[in-house]
Design a protein around this ligand. Structure first.
Ligand code: NAP
Length: 276
């Protein structure tokens, strides 16, 4: 089986790439964009460049494609150009595993089920480019393809297989080492998912015949405050150094406060447990 991981030099993609390399019977290729790449054997490719993308894709002819790409303020380009172009190359025999986000839910209150309606943030919202591009991506995939898995995740955390930590925990540890106290909101609820568990679940979907939309993560959701207290303790700091942030400090009425995901469905299709 030939697998292509787009974003193999990224935080999540590097773990997926490494795991697939260790999987017998799997021939894996991966792409990166900015030097230096995390692995020596990745292909440098801008997914938004149609000619080089087509050339790469036709040469690679994967059975499974993993989309672990993210481009922050340019996320819309990535979806409008890169993902749409990819969809034109993918045959019904090729499976796409697309990593999506809890940000596809902008209305209502979690925990959300897989079939709850997605909604977009107003264009002037600071997170709208990324969040709305994810909604758009899911629409393109479900309209254009049949052989796909969309895996939605909340904040991904922990050390990946090449020793990289998520930015939030990195910042927390940095501030605590400087002797600062830090504050996080207790009213923003998410389903935090460990990078290792997420990567293993992706590799299961690469190998199984399951398709559809799934929410990845543990049963338990928590606030940023609770999560950061837990992380502080894990890195040897007192929990009290993490304080409750003001609920009005970054009041943002457009982002649902509770965008926890109901993760019941994924338990029936992959063996991977998600730690909380
Ligand atoms: N991190 C989270 O908390 C989180 C939560 C929910 C969902 N997700 C989703 O998980 C996936 C992986 O996220 P991540 O945290 O691993 O992101 P990341 O560390 O920023 O990695 C994203 C990768 O995308 C590559 N990339 C960006 N623009 C590209 C382009 N035009 N052409 C080719 N490659 C390009 C980057 O390549 P270079 O490194 O070479 O520049 C990078 O390796 C994304 O789909 C994201 O939306 C992440």
């Amino acid at each position: 089986m030939k697998v292509c991981v787009f974003g193999a030099s990224g935080y999540l993609g590097a773990s997926v790439y490494q795991l697939l390399k260790e999987t017998a019977g799997t021939d894996v290729v991966g792409t990166y964009l900015k030097d230096p790449a995390v692995f020596d054997d990745l292909y440098k490719l801008d997914i938004n460049q149609p000619e080089s993308f087509s050339e790469f894709y036709k040469e690679t002819q994967p059975d499974v494609v993993v989309w672990s790409v993210m481009s922050g303020p340019y996320e819309d380009n990535l979806i409008q150009e890169g993902l749409r172009h990819l969809n034109t190359h993918v045959t019904p025999e090729t499976k796409l595993v697309y990593v999506s986000s809890d940000f596809v839910f902008a209305d209502g209150n979690g925990p959300y089920n897989e079939d709850d309606s997605m909604s977009k943030l107003p264009d002037d919202h600071k997170l709208s480019t990324y969040a709305n591009a994810k909604v758009k991506a899911e629409h393109f995939i479900t309209q254009d393809l049949t052989n796909y898995v969309i895996l939605r995740a909340g904040p991904i955390y922990g050390e990946n297989m090449v020793g990289k930590m998520d930015d939030r925990t990195d910042q927390l540890v940095y501030q605590l080492r400087l002797g600062h106290t830090v504050a996080y909101r207790d009213d923003l609820i998410r389903t935090f998912v460990h990078v290792g568990d997420m990567a293993k679940a992706i590799t299961e979907f690469v190998q199984n015949a399951r398709t559809g939309v799934y929410h990845a993560g543990p049963d338990r959701s928590m606030s940023f405050y609770e999560f950061m207290q837990q992380a502080a303790e894990q890195y040897g700091f007192h929990q009290e150094l993490v304080e409750k942030g003001s609920e009005h400090e970054e009041a943002d009425e457009e982002v649902p406060k509770n965008i926890a995901l109901n993760t019941e469905g994924i338990k029936h299709v992959v063996k991977q447990d998600f730690r909380s």
